[in-house]
Structures are given as structure tokens and as C-alpha cells.
Write a protein that binds this ligand. Structure first.
Ligand SMILES: Nc1ncnc2c1ncn2[C@@H]1O[C@H](COP(=O)(O)OP(=O)(O)OP(=O)(O)O)[C@@H](O)[C@H]1O
Ligand SMILES: N[C@@H](CCO)C(=O)O
Length: 291
């Protein structure tokens, strides 16, 4: 038997649409695997009632098939599905690490990225790596085509998850098909600033580099209270605010000393907009861990 704790992730970070990602130290999924003749799946935890246990429809079924590693897979969900916090990626990455160990496949974390990405294809039709890369490698990751670059980083963050359902499909359907050259230049400047901020463990640069004018404003429209939550987080000392993944979670990097204050301000602002929410006081951290 092998057990893995797999982290939530935030992939985009404003300026890095479909490219940047970070692993978060909470929330997490716990994935437990035991050898079996055929793959079966058992789900518990937050939102598990909405996740199919059929291996054809659950992301971990595709990962087990890719690794030719049939198993009884138990997943205790800590990362709510359709959260913008990489719920499906946490399970995919956790299963990839656990099954690789269970069957002694000897694959590196980098080699597991495309395998875990096949799990993502079950959900979205695309084997995109922007969430599974940080879930496997930890820190800050850059997914560019088939290549992934990872750097260690430790940035305090608040990830505030409202009780709103936003499907990734809907959130992708509102992304504009084109952008002006002015906006492209602005995004490149922001993305470069964010990457430097991650390399320097500087939350101010990371927050500044989240500013993006094409994808984020379109998606913010799907999140009731977003503008007020953004303003409240900035007033409380956050260095920046953006939509996490496809939403509806909203993330805000900040200094550790004011993280609690930022978290409370975001929850209060959602409440004033009539939306219940939960704020995770978290940080950029390591990838999936065997224990
Ligand atoms: N093991 C699993 N864990 C979570 N969701 C799963 C799993 N297997 C299948 N799913 C399906 O995947 C969908 C959730 O994945 P989705 O990528 O939309 O959300 P997310 O991972 O929270 O968001 P994001 O990628 O924006 O961070 C749900 O429809 C859910 O039923
Ligand atoms: N990068 C993806 C993450 C969601 O899977 C998006 O923002 O749509």
C-alpha cells in the first residue's frame, strides 16, 4: 500500500494563462493505493458526492491505465472539485506518485507530468500540464508546450473559495479570442515581473506581476462579489489579487504578518455580497509527498 498527500494548485496567476502554476500547502487530497487485478475507485471528502467513481470518468482511472498499474484507489478529497484550486490535478498527481511507487516504476517527477496530465484530459478533453506540473514538482512552474520548468518558491498566500459553482468549460468560453498588442506587451511585463518575484521569494513583485487585462476581467464577471473582494484584500495589505485557475477561488499573495487579516477581509467582502466562502491561509510549497 502507498499513501500520498497531493496539494491544491493555482494555475494561471493572472499573467500566466495556461502556463504558470504554484503548489499550495493546503488544502490537499490524500490518495491511497493497493495492488488489485483491476482498477476500482472509492471517493470520500469534500465534494466527493459529485465525482464519479467509474475509472473511465475519474481522472485517476486514466493515470492507472497510463502506468499499467491496476489498483484499488481511495481518495479523500480536501480540494473541492470545480474550485479553481486544481482539484482534479491533485488527484491525478497523487495517483501518479502513489502508483509509480506501488509498482516500482522508477519514473522521475518530470516523467510523471505527462502521465498525470492524461488524467486532466478525462475532465477537459486536453492533457494540459499547468496544474499537474506544480502538484508533482512543487514550487512555481512554467508549462510551455511539452517542457516544464520548476523553481522552489515560498510565498504566503490567501486562497479564498466562495460557495459558487463555475465550470472550467464556462470559464474558458468567456476568454476573448484575441488581444491587442498593448495588452500583450502589458501581460509579458507582468509575467516577467511575477517570475522574478517567485525566484526572489518576493510577494510584492508576485502580486504586482499578477496584473492582467484580458482573461481575468472576463472571468471575474462569473464570480459574484469579485471586485469588492479584490478591493478588500488590497486594503488589508495583499500585494495583488487574481482569479485562481478557472475560478471561482480568488488568490492574494501577501506578507505572512498580514495573511490572517487579508483572509478575514476577503471572507467578509464575499459575505457582504451574499456569498459564503472559506479562506485558506496557505503558501507556495512542495509537491505531492509519499508518507
Ligand atoms: N479525482 C477527481 N477529483 C476531482 N475532480 C474529479 C476527479 N475525477 C473527475 N473529476 C471531475 O473533474 C471536474 C473538476 O475538475 P476541474 O478541472 O473542472 O476543477 P478544478 O480542478 O477544481 O479547477 P481548476 O483546474 O480550474 O483549478 C469535476 O467535474 C469532477 O467531477
Ligand atoms: N489554466 C486553466 C486551469 C483550469 O484547468 C484555465 O485557467 O482554464
Amino acid at each position: 500500500m502507498q499513501t500520498v498527500r497531493a496539494p491544491a494548485t493555482s494555475a494561471n496567476l493572472g499573467s500566466g494563462f495556461d502556463v504558470f502554476g504554484v503548489a499550495l500547502d493546503r488544502p490537499t487530497d490524500v490518495v491511497r493505493v493497493e495492488k488489485a487485478d483491476r482498477t476500482t475507485i472509492e471517493m470520500t471528502g469534500v465534494g466527493s458526492q459529485y465525482i464519479p467513481e467509474d475509472p473511465e470518468k475519474n481522472v485517476v482511472g486514466a493515470v492507472a491505465a497510463e502506468l499499467d498499474a491496476p489498483a484499488h484507489i481511495k481518495i479523500d478529497k480536501g480540494v473541492r472539485p470545480s474550485s479553481g484550486l486544481g482539484s482534479s490535478a491533485a488527484s491525478s498527481a497523487g495517483a501518479a506518485v502513489a502508483l509509480n511507487a506501488l509498482y516500482d516504476r522508477g519514473l522521475s517527477r518530470e516523467e510523471l507530468v505527462p502521465i498525470a496530465a492524461e488524467g486532466e484530459a478525462v475532465v477537459s478533453g486536453e492533457a494540459h500540464a499547468d496544474n499537474v506540473a506544480p502538484a508533482l514538482l512543487g514550487g512555481f512552474t512554467v508549462a510551455r508546450g511539452d517542457a516544464v520548468t520548476a523553481v522552489d518558491a515560498s510565498i504566503p498566500l490567501v486562497a479564498c473559495l466562495p460557495e459558487i459553482a463555475v465550470s472550467t468549460r464556462d470559464a474558458r468560453s468567456v476568454v476573448p479570442a484575441s488581444a491587442s498588442m498593448e495588452d500583450v506587451v502589458h501581460t509579458v511585463g507582468s509575467a516577467a515581473t511575477l517570475a522574478v518575484g517567485m525566484c526572489r521569494d518576493d510577494p510584492e513583485l508576485v502580486g504586482c506581476g499578477m496584473d492582467e487585462r484580458v482573461v481575468t476581467p472576463a472571468r471575474a464577471e462569473l464570480i459574484t462579489g469579485y471586485d469588492a473582494v479584490r478591493e478588500a484584500a488590497l486594503d488589508a495589505g495583499a500585494a495583488g489579487v487574481t482569479v485562481s485557475g478557472a475560478g471561482p477561488a480568488v488568490i492574494a499573495p501577501c506578507r505572512e504578518s498580514n495573511r490572517r487579516h487579508v483572509a478575514a477581509a476577503m471572507v467578509d467582502a464575499f459575505a457582504e455580497a451574499g456569498v459564503e466562502s472559506r479562506a485558506y491561509q496557505t503558501r507556495v510549497s512542495q509537491g505531492a509527498t509519499l508518507y
